[in-house]
Design a protein around this ligand. Sequence first.
Ligand SMILES: [Zn+2]
Length: 60
Amino acid sequence: MTDIKKGCDLCGLPVEVFAFTLKTKEGEKLFCCEGCKGIFQLLNEDEILSDPEQDQPSKK
Ligand SMILES: [Zn+2]
């Protein structure tokens, strides 16, 4: 059975589309929308693992 429904790791809303994820030291986090993902990133910068597949040029 793969009937596990997970809530957004930021706001707790049920996540239907598994499109907004982040890899962190604690495992993969799942979010309901781009906004929640972005906020989590800001709040947990130290926990986020860099994803080589999304190697975006950083603005420094
Ligand atoms: Zn959310």
